[in-house]
Design a protein around this ligand. Structure first.
Ligand SMILES: [Fe+2]
Ligand SMILES: [Fe+2]
Length: 191
């Protein structure tokens, strides 16, 4: 499906705030793709669709995930906020005819991250965390600028921030987030 039809759907079906976040995320993803030599159109499309299921009911999200044959793991069972990433990938495939596995994977892992992420997965992860619409922390602008120079370093900062936040709130921490973080530390991103 072309971007205009996707954008029309998002505009109609998402809240104004989420719609703005989605467009800002897609634009930043495309910018990062140009910097790092990733496919700009794939990055933009993944950015557009990364939260497409976020405002559905938990039951509806589960339905998309199940119909797609994806597995709801014990972490997602206990932290429904994690469901939307998988549901958005399932919906991108079912409703928007996205069959590019790299795009679908970037959407799937945009919230938790994962060990040894592909470039597109990294771009969507950091674009989602640091686009212009984001206001959850005063360091976001720094992360966004860092992402343009050293994407791994920016991702590590966001993962560390997310891990502390999730633990402080008493939520379930997905193992993929821990693996994503440790992978970067083991591979000396801080040096
Ligand atoms: Fe999300
Ligand atoms: Fe998002």
């Amino acid at each position: 499906m072309d971007n205009q039809r996707i954008t029309d759907y998002l505009n109609k079906n998402l809240s104004a705030e989420r719609y703005r976040h989605t467009i800002c995320c897609a634009k930043l993803a495309a910018e990062l793709a140009m910097i790092y030599g990733e496919d700009k159109n794939k990055a933009y499309k993944a950015g557009l669709l990364h939260d497409v299921a976020k405002e559905l009911s938990v039951d509806k999200m589960r339905e998309y995930i199940k119909d797609n044959g994806m597995h709801v793991d014990v972490y997602m069972e206990n932290n429904p906020a994690l469901l939307h990433a998988y549901a958005s990938a399932a919906m991108a495939e079912a409703i928007f005819d996205i069959d590019d596995k790299e795009i679908l994977s970037a959407i799937t892992y945009h919230t938790t991250g994962k060990e040894n992420m592909t470039l597109l997965e990294k771009i969507i992860f950091i674009a989602d965390a640091s686009d212009e619409s984001r206001t959850y922390d005063k360091k976001i602008e720094q992360w966004r600028e860092l992402a343009k120079n050293d994407i791994d370093a920016a991702i590590l900062k966001v993962l560390d921030f997310n891990i502390v936040k999730v633990v402080n709130r008493g939520f379930v921490l997905h193992e993929n987030t821990v693996k994503a973080r440790n992978y970067l530390v083991i591979n000396n991103v801080r040096k």
